[in-house]
Design a protein around this ligand. Structure first.
Ligand code: ADP
Ligand code: ADP
Length: 220
């Protein structure tokens, strides 16, 4: 089944910038789908529309069969976004940050998620004092605590050292193993290659290629 269907989606911002110029794509349930493109290509705009933060200018978008923007209340219950700039509470601990999101979603799986993301030994550290890699792990923890069916990761490894990047990649694989569909926006070819089942390449608001990672790498 296709969990995301996008047909001829346009987004024109108020200042006239055409961030998306008629993109179409389908994401299958359970896959890791990478959205690969340079800064400014339209990746974040797409994620914002898919997660009901922004309205499309034109086009058809459905998530799990629900229509954007009409069924956004329903969509918000099954999707989760890990934004590029996750703002944790600096003065709260890792655990308290995750607890905050647990309360929001009315769930009580804080310990499971801490364990799952390898945050046990870091749970009592202040969020503001963490390294970039750990902050990113907390961001993903807060993203999965509500048990989403579909998660959007926006540039999850930007600015991280190689070891932290690999640890995030392992987490992405474990999300897929749990059956969560992952929509991964990235400008790193190696990341798209290693993690995804399929890749769409976006450039200046248009999809220029849709392929498997190995086909893509052969071309570059
Ligand atoms: P990416 O995530 O691939 O870096 P974005 O979706 O953030 O790309 O941006 C796509 C284009 O839309 C860029 O030209 C960007 O400057 C522009 N843009 C993004 N957000 C806004 C906004 N709120 N208002 C106007 N233009 C925007
Ligand atoms: P991204 O996360 O895609 O790199 P940026 O960091 O460029 O986005 O943008 C940060 C914020 O500014 C976002 O909320 C985005 O919507 C907005 N923004 C980005 N580009 C523009 C633009 N050209 N005009 C107005 N707002 C913008």
């Amino acid at each position: 089944m296709d969990i995301i269907v996008i047909e001829d989606l346009w987004k024109v911002y108020k200042n006239g910038i055409e961030a998306l110029r008629g993109i179409s794509l389908r994401v299958r349930e359970g896959e890791v789908f990478s959205f690969l493109g340079p800064n400014g290509a339209g990746k974040t705009t797409t994620i914002k529309i898919l997660s009901c933060i922004l309205k499309p200018t034109k086009g058809k978008v459905t998530v799990a069969g629900y229509e954007v923007p009409k069924d956004c209340k329903k969509i918000r219950e099954i999707v989760s976004v890990v934004p590029q700039e996750f703002q944790g509470f600096s003065d709260l601990t890792v655990r308290e940050n995750i607890q905050y999101f647990a309360k929001l979603y009315k769930v009580n799986n804080v310990d499971d998620v801490i364990e799952e993301l390898g945050l046990k030994e870091h749970q009592n550290k202040k969020f503001g004092e963490l390294s970039g890699g750990l902050k990113r792990r907390v961001a993903i923890a807060c993203g999965i605590i509500g048990n989403p069916k579909l998660i959007y990761l926006d540039e999850p490894t930007v600015g991280l050292d190689p070891k932290s990047r690999r640890s995030i990649w392992e987490i992405v694989k474990s999300l897929k193993d749990k059956g969560i569909t992952v929509f991964l926006a990235t400008h790193y070819l190696d990341e798209a290659e290693k993690l995804s089942d399929r890749v769409a390449v976006i450039y200046k608001g248009k999809i220029v290629k849709l392929s498997t990672p190995s086909e893509l790498v052969d071309e570059f």
